[in-house]
Design a protein around this ligand. Structure first.
Ligand SMILES: [Zn+2]
Length: 79
């Protein structure tokens, strides 16, 4: 079993503090800056991790029949 807590993390390049890999993309990295490349790598891996988690346990579909027991609920909220 794998259990991950919530992660809040922020990183900023000291030379290019305005660089945001989410909105700017790798094309905005100037001079092959290692810090900005690292931020883009972290962002890419984070997106991939979320995609893998959603593949492993897909989000519960919207409830259409309230009388059906929600079996997915027991997978969450047990901290
Ligand atoms: Zn940079």
């Amino acid at each position: 079993m794998l259990k991950l807590g919530s992660v809040r993390w922020r990183g900023k390049c000291s030379k290019h503090p305005g660089f945001d890999p989410r909105s700017d993309g790798r094309g905005a990295i100037r001079g092959g800056c290692e810090k900005c490349e690292a931020l883009a790598d972290i962002h890419d891996l984070h997106v991939r991790m979320l995609a893998l988690m959603r593949t492993f346990v897909p989000p519960a579909p919207p409830k259409k029949r309230p009388e059906t027991p929600d079996l997915q609920a027991s997978l969450f909220g047990e901290e």
